[in-house]
Design a protein around this ligand. Structure first.
Ligand code: PLZ
Length: 453
């Protein structure tokens, strides 16, 4: 096994962890294998893992395992640790909160930090209208609440989600999610009054422009559901688990305009695209849209579980007092982390950094594509970028090739995630605290993997 030593790169405000790719053993090493054996005996088989390591530390752009391997992180725990793992501001804020109090339940005895987070979300999300926020724990929980609120406000029941959508693993959000295996198969029955509409998927929908794709979706919704029954449409501005699909320009604005004109609540699920990831606070901004409700989670709190629904005051306030809540929703620890996270994005210029990382990723991956026709598409915004791997002759998705490239990356100390309905998309979600050197080195490993696969 090759041992690769890369000199530490200085990261402002970053962790002390050496920023290098380093293989001390094969992956998994003996200590990681021990953990995996215990996992197999103790943890339900349905709970999978992407890379077979036992993590002991993480920060900047690396994850370190129990065998001393230092792995370049291109996943950020699925778009969560934008500000880096164990971000010093987050650690300090959460430690102080731990020493003050750990829990009261906000709906029993409230505290400042929940309201501070709500004010920050109301300020940062698109639109100058009056807003309210409510906090929850997970992305799925916030999506469920957005739908609850939209139904209560409109007094209507139907909800439309889109092809390739991912909204979570709870019953309602499984129903909203498109992909059967592994998310839904055998887990039904699903909640009623959920309908699906076609997306704009420029690489695969035969050159429909944004307006045409929107007209197709709107016609289907009007004919099959009817606006008089429709409470809300929910969409990820860039589809995440579904394959990092960036809709054609104009698709989202046309849907928003139609929703506004027809008394339908437009919900943007920015769980994966939010919090600076795409080089703006929210991906909605790239298309100039103002969602009625916006769902956030993941990158909001530097790794602590927190999610939110933010939106128009008249919609958010329609639920009766006591109608929204949850024991841990807006936990003081998670709120302290969120405030420190927002401070980091602002003080450390991380949104600009997301754009720089995006330029680096798109530049190099488009370069790979010029002499590798198996890379059918390179797409994304900011530090949310993907390649779609295909059979060059037919354009058919190549999930097997994708698997081989990812296996090569994992064996060589680069954590890489896939996505896509057809399992043929490799996604790049580095922490925004990663150095150019580490990211370039990870891309070299992936290029090597493509060459060997
Ligand atoms: N909406 C757009 O991306 C979570 C799923 C991880 P939770 N995506 C990662 C997995 O395999 O379970 C996600 C998302 C979008 C909602 C969710 C759900 O967020 O915090 O996982 O519930």
């Amino acid at each position: 096994m090759t041992i690769v030593d890369v000199p530490a790169a200085g990261i402002a405000g970053g962790p002390a962890l050496p920023q290098r790719r380093h293989l001390a053993t094969a992956i998994p090493g003996p200590r990681s294998q021990e953990l995996l054996a215990r996992k197999a005996a103790a943890v339900a088989a349905g709970v999978g893992t992407t890379i077979p390591v036992a993590v002991v530390a993480a920060g900047g752009g690396v994850i370190v395992d129990a065998d001393g391997n230092s792995i370049i992180d291109l996943g950020s725990g699925i778009a969560v640790t934008g500000v880096g793992n164990a971000n010093p501001r987050v650690v300090e804020a959460v430690t102080a909160q731990l020493n003050a109090f750990t829990h009261t339940c906000f709906t029993v005895a409230p505290y400042d930090s929940y309201v501070d987070v709500a004010e920050a979300l109301n300020r940062l999300t698109p639109g100058d209208h009056e807003k309210r926020s409510a906090l929850f724990n997970s992305g799925a929980e916030a999506v469920e609440n957005a739908v609850k609120i939209a139904r209560h406000f409109t007094r209507k029941q139907a909800v439309v989600a889109f092809d390739h959508a991912y909204h979570g693993r709870t019953n309602l959000t499984m129903g909203l999610t498109a992909k059967n295996i592994p998310y839904k198969s055998g887990f039904g029955p699903f909640a009623p009054e959920v309908y699906r509409a076609p997306l704009s998927y420029p690489f695969r929908d035969g050159g429909l422009d944004g307006a045409e794709a929107a007209a197709r979706a709107i016609t289907q919704i009007e004919k099959q559901v009817g606006v008089e029954n429709l409470a809300a449409i929910i969409i990820e501005p860039i589809q995440g688990e579904g394959g990092f699909i960036v809709p054609a320009q104009g698709f989202l604005p046309a849907l928003v305009e139609w929703a506004n004109a027809n008394g339908v609540v437009f919900i943007a699920d920015e769980v994966q695209t939010g919090f600076g990831r795409t080089g703006a606070w929210f991906a909605s901004e790239h298309e100039g849209i103002v969602p009625d409700l916006i769902v956030t989670a993941k990158g909001i709190a530097g790794g602590l579980p927190l999610s939110a629904v933010t939106g128009r005051a008249e919609i958010m306030d329609s639920a009766m007092p006591g109608g929204l809540g949850g024991t841990y929703a807006g936990s003081p620890l998670a709120c302290a982390a969120a405030l420190a996270t927002i401070e980091s994005y602002e003080a450390d210029g991380l949104i600009g950094r997301a754009r720089e990382l995006g330029d680096l990723l798109l530049g190099r991956l488009n370069g790979f594509r010029t002499d590798d026709a198996r890379i059918g598409d390179v797409r994304g915004r900011g530090a949310m970028v993907a390649i779609e791997l295909v059979d060059p002759a037919t354009g058919a998705p190549d999930a097997a090739l994708t698997g081989r490239v990812v296996a090569h990356a994992h064996a060589n100390g680069v954590l890489l995630l896939t996505c896509g309905t057809y399992g043929n998309v490799i996604r790049f979600l580095p922490p925004l605290t990663i150095s150019d050197e580490l990211l370039n080195e990870a891309l070299d490993v992936i290029r090597e993997g493509l060459a060997q696969a």
